[in-house]
Design a binder for this molecule. Sequence first.
Ligand code: AMP
Length: 219
Amino acid sequence: MNIILFGPPGAGKGTQAKRLEKNRGLIQLSTGDMLRAAVAAGTEYGRKAKEVMEKGELVSDEIVINIISDRLDEGDVKNAPGVIFDGFPRTVAQAEELDKMLGGKGMKLNAVVVLEVDDEALVERITGRYTCAKCGKGYHEKFEKPKEEGVCDECGSTEFTRRADDNEETVRSRLAAYHEQTAPLIAYYETAGIVKKVDGMADIDAVTKQIEEVLDGLA
Ligand code: AMP
């Protein structure tokens, strides 16, 4: 089963993708995570992407398509029961290319799960979030604090990081890019009849439950 988790930045795509990985063995393919890794490693793609990401704009279609195509050919992905596209596609050109890519690899998309959220909530969600520097567990200053302040629930680490692009100014640019370039994809996938909308404003567990119900309905 291959799905797209779709929604604006801060909708909860990454959080929900991690839960689906755990519950169903699907593999999360986050172009944002892949690009951040490329930036940290100083690869050619990383050098090209860094400034664009810091401005909250979209990296070129060519770069993200190449990154995704290479990842789909790796062994763990090929042997998985399916993948979750998280943050990809973000433009109509990327969606068209994804269709071609999946066709060529004998794969298909089963659903586009759209997390519906109010724009107002997103800035607060994003600017308050941080992750454990060691295990990557996500937290939020207001909505999901560690049980013991300053200590990761999962691994006990006391070091945390924040994304460079999670400041208010960049978040506003990212939201604008979403509305201009990415939201039109919902209509693209509606013509294929695979769009499933869920209420992304519910609490994290309730959103997971809605997504699981959608996926159970596909099986
Ligand atoms: P994300 O982690 O999904 O919020 O992505 C962080 C940043 O990486 C975005 O603001 C873009 O600059 C870049 N990015 C991630 N995925 C894509 C994509 N599919 N197309 C273009 N840029 C992307």
